[in-house]
Structure formats: structure tokens, C-alpha cells
Write a protein that binds this ligand. Structure first.
Ligand SMILES: [Zn+2]
Ligand SMILES: [Zn+2]
Length: 92
């Protein structure tokens, strides 16, 4: 257990060294549109960064798989079958 990400991201238990679907340090793809990062699309593209503030990521940033997104009152969870789940509270 490392207190990274200031509680915004909750790792699925037991994932260990596998990068999470929103791990920016391992990101190779945009979570909003799925485009590869580093070419014409950088990780902080304003349109996509804004989308990701408002809604869950659609793509795993590590492997580009479409994620299963569940939205509940007060939170969303996005799940990559390989890289696990991230949850984010939408309470302010
Ligand atoms: Zn994008
Ligand atoms: Zn993945």
C-alpha cells in the first residue's frame, strides 16, 4: 500500500506491480479517445484532459482496451480486463 495519487484513484486489491488503467507513468494511450500518446497527441491534450475531468476514461491508457465503465451516484468505476479497476468519486 502506497499512498500515491492522493486518494483520487483506488487500486483494486492485489494488483501489485501491474500498472493501473489510468497510470500516467505507464500511459501509452489517451484514456479519452484511445489515440497513441507521443505522436500528434500528448497526454495533456486540452480537449481530452477536460473530458477526463468530467467523465470516466473509455480506454485503458496502458493497453488501449475498451474499459467497462460503471457509473453510480457519487462515483464511477472503469475496468480493464487486464489491468484492473480504477474508481473515482464524483463528490466534490
Ligand atoms: Zn485523446
Ligand atoms: Zn489495460
Amino acid at each position: 500500500m502506497t499512498p500515491s495519487d492522493v486518494g483520487a484513484t483506488v487500486a483494486a486489491a492485489g494488483v501489485g506491480e501491474v500498472p493501473l488503467p489510468d497510470d500516467r507513468a505507464h500511459a501509452a494511450y489517451c484514456g479519452a479517445c484511445g489515440d497513441p500518446l507521443g505522436g500528434g497527441h500528448d497526454a495533456q491534450a486540452p480537449a481530452c484532459a477536460r473530458r477526463l475531468e468530467l467523465e470516466p476514461p473509455r480506454y485503458c491508457v496502458v493497453c488501449r482496451r475498451r474499459m467497462k465503465v460503471q457509473v453510480t451516484p457519487g462515483a464511477w468505476a472503469a475496468t480493464c480486463v487486464v489491468h484492473g479497476s480504477v474508481e473515482h468519486s464524483t463528490w466534490h
